[in-house]
Design a protein around this ligand. Structure first.
Ligand code: FAD
Length: 501
């Protein structure tokens, strides 16, 4: 079979109506509908969606802006709250906590990295922990949130917690209003062109056939088109990320309404807590080789801070990704392309990345190997860099109380991560490669949070007068705390800005 160019893309078929499918549809309605191109989405109510995925990272604001979403309308429609970061509890010794806050900490002085200056001066009086220099971390701990009120006010970096089902419904309304045709039905067969191997059409259980030029596979873990039909293999990363199950349960909302996600380490995994306006999302992600489903559920139910509003629900998964996200005329987004556990809330972001890279390389006149290869390279890098960042949380720990933690603490890790860790351990150096998602500040916050303390600092900072720098740093700290204290309470802000309908 040859990977031929079948001509212009006149019809795009999105298979699946979870978060991935409706994000793709809403973006396609806005950018791909040139009046001649048809966009169709097929979903099966009987199969349903994965139904989780509630915590995001700041680039989601860019996606919402791209499709023209009004923030107040979005908050009301999805029960969303603001998210300033993730608090990690018990990831080092079991008796510790730190915040991975959005937006970085401090500010560079004379072009020298803030964290290097802090490393050098951290033992001096009044310098304190690095958290106190991150505006989002300080606001999160004080349970405050606000948007900039004037040109002099630095914006807080933030994302959202939202109800995944409501977000999909919200996007669906926009996509359908923008011209996307929704077809309800279960795909039971896929027809391929015998010469090119491209998908020609999908057949539904009632006999209907839906043809198309480009198929976007958003079918979830099953990976109906990219995996099952096109035969793209799954690269298994579970030797680095052994958690393979989750149990999730919603609870009544509990006060205070915190503007951050909490990820608490447990004996064989970790537990999430995601506060929404109308409920709290909770889940326990665990390794089935180290704890039974019943025990994992019991751990979750014993560690809730309000009453469950539904029965616990089990989910199974495997860490890894398809070796290519685009083959022939099929591009996979979301779970159909790969999965990394939600420790850093990256899955929805990887959908967004997939959409933006697909649009940037859109094969409007037909398929080109160079565009497809570039897409696969960019998406491969995106998954790999997130993978390393997540492995870091497990590997850089002193926890020793269970077989799970002994395993992740002592396991061999990818070379790319070994190199990053070694560089940081020596002089606190961190570099950001290509368009890696997590920047230097994220790595520094998590490395220090997990107690990876460099032996020294970058000697270049010795060029500055230490006393003057220490004074400047103390002023940054005081201003950061003052700034956060001036913000409204998070719940009050949400109530005023966008109460849930
Ligand atoms: P799905 O939601 O599974 O949707 C698949 C769609 O395909 C459905 O509409 C289904 O009906 C359709 N379909 C499948 N087969 C057929 C067929 N034969 N015929 C017709 N239609 C079909 N991400 C985050 O960013 N933040 C988080 O906090 C987060 N938490 C998570 C927690 C857990 C435990 C898990 C497992 C995932 C989490 N994720 C999170 C990931 C997030 O849930 C997903 O990335 C997101 O929901 C996208 O899912 P999807 O649309 O790819 O798949």
């Amino acid at each position: 079979m040859t990977d031929a160019n079948p001509g212009p893309i006149r019809k795009v078929v999105i298979v699946g109506g979870g978060t991935a499918g409706w994000m793709a549809a809403a973006a396609a309605a806005r950018y791909l509908d040139d009046g001649q191109r048809q966009i169709v989405l097929i979903e099966s109510d009987a199969i349903g969606t994965v139904g989780v995925g509630e915590a995001t990272i700041p680039p989601i604001l860019g996606f919402n802006a791209l499709i023209g979403v009004d923030e107040r309308e979005f908050l009301r429609a999805t029960g969303a709250t603001f998210k300033l970061g993730i608090e990690f509890v018990g990831w080092d010794t079991g008796d510790d906590r730190y915040m991975h806050a959005f937006g970085g900490h401090g500010r560079d002085i004379q072009g020298l990295a803030f964290h290097q200056l802090w490393l050098k001066l951290r033992d001096r009086p009044g310098i304190g922990g690095i958290d106190a220099y991150a505006p989002s971390a300080v606001a999160a701990y004080l349970n405050r949130f606000g948007l900039p009120t004037g040109p002099q006010t630095a914006p807080l970096a933030y994302a959202y917690h939202f109800d995944a089902g409501l977000y999909a419904a919200f996007l669906r309304r926009r996509a359908e209003a923008g011209g996307v045709t929704r077809i309800e039905g279960r795909i039971t067969r896929v027809d391929r062109d015998p010469d090119t191997g491209h998908v020609r059409a999908v057949r539904l259980d009632d006999g209907r056939s839906v043809d198309g030029d480009l198929f976007i596979d958003c079918s979830g873990f099953r990976s109906l088109l990219l995996g099952e039909t096109m035969g793209v293999p799954f690269e298994d990363w579970s030797h680095w990320l052994p958690c393979d199950r989750a149990v999730a349960v919603p609870t009544e909302p509990s006060a205070p309404l915190l503007p951050y996600t909490r990820a608490t380490a447990r004996t064989a995994g970790w537990q999430w807590r995601i506060p929404l306006q109308h409920r709290t999302g909770n889940g326990h992600v665990y390794s089935s080789a180290h704890i039974s489903d019943d025990e994992a559920t019991a751990v979750l139910l014993a560690n809730l801070d309000s009453r469950p509003t539904a029965e616990p629900r089990q989910l199974r998964f495997k860490a890894g990704r398809r070796t290519s996200m685009w083959k022939g005329n099929v591009v996979a987004l979301g779970l159909a392309g790969g999965f990394l556990e939600p420790l850093e809330s990256t899955s929805i972001h990887l959908i967004q990345t997939g959409i933006s890279k697909l649009f940037a390389l859109f094969p409007d006149r037909g398929f080109s190997a160079v565009e497809r290869d570039e897409y696969n390279r960019l998406m491969g890098d995106a998954y790999t860099s997130v993978r390393d960042f997540i492995i870091l949380h497990y590997h850089a720990t002193r926890r020793d109380g269970s077989a799970f933690w002994r395993h992740v603490r002592t396991m061999p890790i990818p070379d790319s991560l070994t190199r990053k860790l070694a560089l940081f351990r020596e002089k606190g150096r961190v570099f950001r490669y290509d368009d890696e998602l997590f920047g230097i500040s994220s790595w520094v916050q998590v490395l220090l949070g997990q107690n990876v303390i460099p032996v020294g600092h970058d000697p270049i900072v010795d060029a500055l007068d230490a006393d003057r720098v220490a004074d400047a740093i103390r002023q940054i700290r005081a201003a950061t705390i003052r700034g956060a204290q001036s913000l409204p309470n998070h719940a009050d802000f949400v109530a005023h800005h966008g109460p849930f309908d």
